[in-house]
Write a protein that binds this ligand. Structure first.
Ligand code: BTN
Length: 255
């Protein structure tokens, strides 16, 4: 059972997580925040011990054993500019990576656009969803799933999973990890406003694929090229024989 006091004592934020909603079970913390009419203070965090219909990118399922993982969402209405929504995914991965580095000295890397990996195993994923009216953002929700104390995984996965426990060979405090991620997340939001380049650099320095030959799959389409860089909006720049193409979405793998 999640100990809210233990979490709160290490929370060092002004806005993020100050309104905290806890569920034993919910369909999806992202859906809850997108759909609810109440509790819409920016910075609200919803954590659920279990999600009945946890979602990943591309409508993939995100399942996590009860009380062993961290599955939560952050509402950030008004806290981010519409131009920065893609960068928010990258910045969030960086906040998660830094939390692993600070607390456990784990060697973690990021994979465009939303994966956090240990070597090539997935330890966390991010799903940013928004509701827009015209070109105005009505709601922005950042969903984060972190594999924390799962002793093992069974089933079929797009990317082989791992957990903090499997990497460190010991259980860790989910409460401490959550407070650290939120502290770093709030810092990252400030940087998105005032120092976007830092967010980009922090992400790039944890990416292993920049400069590598990659394959990008999007639906039935496949593209090959060199992962040249990410642009200022967080999109992937793929160098092909024809020139440099900006990739907005897709699954990246090494060729
Ligand atoms: C991915 O790797 O494709 C993204 C996974 C995001 C999972 C989190 S768990 C909390 C939040 N609620 C959801 O339904 N999904 C996100």
């Amino acid at each position: 059972m999640f100990n809210i006091e233990e979490f709160d004592i290490k929370l060092d934020t002004e806005i993020i997580g100050r309104n905290f909603i806890y569920f034993e079970e919910v369909n999806s913390t992202n859906s809850y925040l997108l759909e609810t009419e109440v509790n819409t203070d920016p910075g609200t965090v919803v954590l659920s011990e279990y999600q009945l219909q946890g979602r990943g990118r591309k409508q993939r399922d995100w399942t996590a054993a009860k009380e062993q993982a961290l599955t939560f969402s952050i509402l950030i209405n008004n806290l981010v500019n519409i131009k920065n929504v893609q960068l928010l995914t990258l910045g969030t991965s960086v906040a998660v990576v830094q939390a692993f580095e600070n607390l456990y000295q784990l060697d973690v890397n990021v994979k465009w656009p939303n994966d956090v990996l240990v070597e090539d195993k997935k330890i966390a994923g991010i799903l940013v969803e928004s509701i827009t009216k015209g070109n105005k953002l009505e709601k922005v929700v950042v969903g984060i799933g972190i594999n924390v104390n799962q002793p093992n995984f069974s089933g079929k996965f797009n990317i082989r999973p791992t957990s903090v426990r499997m990497e460190l060979k010991k259980q860790v405090s989910r409460e401490r990890l959550l407070s650290e991620v939120l502290n770093l997340f709030e810092e990252m939001l400030q940087n998105l406003k005032n120092n976007k380049q830092k967010v980009l650099n922090d992400w790039k320095s944890r990416s292993r694929l920049i400069g590598e030959k990659i394959r990008i799959v999007e639906g039935d389409a496949e593209k090959y090229g060199i992962f040249e860089d990410i642009d200022n909006n967080g999109f992937l720049m793929l160098k092909t024989r024809e020139g440099v193409e900006t990739i907005l979405t897709g699954d990246v793998s090494i060729r």
